[in-house]
Design a protein around this ligand. Structure first.
Ligand code: IPD
Ligand code: CA
Ligand code: CA
Length: 263
């Protein structure tokens, strides 16, 4: 395993311990509202601190972009770690076991290493650019289905910024009509990992943040999938608008989405 990936795995497992210990006493966890439908807990912060401690112990000069504590050391460093300590905080708060720790490492702006750790299933997804994607050390591949009407498509509802909810619902209606079904599980990093190992055939969501998708996207790409924005372009990390699937399914999803997001 690449040494930097090894550090990411150690950090993710350390955070997993913090989170799962806290999950035993959910009733006592303090929840704050950042905005409407956007929550943070002391556990998000403690898990993030644990991750950054592990990374900085190994690489003190690397930059960090983390959801709860923001950006540190950017601009000067070639290496940047992109961290979501709990992706799926709303699920976590509700005791709904669908959340993950997401850690990516970018070198000169290109994502090179990725870890998504699901502490409830003890599922560790990893990828290194050019080496492949793995679930618990076994190689994973995107699904082989090619007809959208046989495919299950994961998505996320626009809950924080609802400015384009009507556009989103029109797309969802078309996707439901033309696929074998849609799923909304509530953790974008795991949605992407589910694409990477063929548990769903595609995924789309608007308005995500880099820490939601940086790691999961490399895992999809290394599993043979494609990641684009809603126009088939490569702005997904900046725009947060993302579609991920195998090449044939991606083309069919873009055909549905494109007419709704033109101009
Ligand atoms: C959220 C999850 C969810 C997505 C939201 C994200 P958080 O991340 O990824 O699936 O629909 O848009 O904000 O806030 O739980 O880290
Ligand atoms: Ca997130
Ligand atoms: Ca989060």
């Amino acid at each position: 395993m690449h040494p930097m990936l090894n550090v990411a795995v150690k950090a993710a497992r350390r955070a997993g311990n913090v989170i799962q210990r806290a999950s035993l006493n959910l009733d006592t966890i303090r929840v704050e509202k950042k905005k409407s439908n956007d929550f943070v807990t002391e556990v998000d912060r403690a898990a993030e601190e644990a991750i950054i401690d592990v990374i900085h112990e190994a690489y003190p000069r690397h930059a960090i972009l983390a959801e709860e504590s923001g950006a540190k050391g950017m601009g000067s460093a070639e290496f940047e770690w992109i961290i979501d300590p709990i992706d799926g905080t709303t699920n976590f708060i509700h005791g709904h076991p669908q959340y993950a720790i997401s850690i990516a490492l970018a070198h000169k702006g290109q994502i090179q290493q990725a870890v998504v750790f699901d502490p409830n299933r003890n599922d560790l997804y990893t990828a290194t650019r050019g080496v492949g994607a793995f679930l618990n050390d076994r190689r994973i591949r995107v699904s082989r289905r090619i007809q959208l009407n046989e495919c299950v498509i994961a998505t996320g509802f626009p809950v924080v910024d609802q400015s384009m909810i009507d556009t989103y619902l029109a797309i969802l209606k078309d996707v439901i009509g033309k696929s074998a079904g849609a799923r909304r599980e509530g953790a974008a990093s795991l949605d992407l990992c589910n694409v990477a190992c063929g548990r769903v055939d595609g995924f789309f969501e608007f308005n995500l943040k880099p820490w939601d998708i940086a790691a999961g996207s490399l895992i999809v790409q290394e599993a043979g999938g494609i990641v684009t924005d809603m126009h088939g372009e490569q702005t997904w990390l900046e725009s947060g608008d993302i579609v991920a699937a195998s090449p044939k399914v991606l083309a069919q999803l873009l055909q549905i989405i494109a007419p709704h997001v033109k101009g």
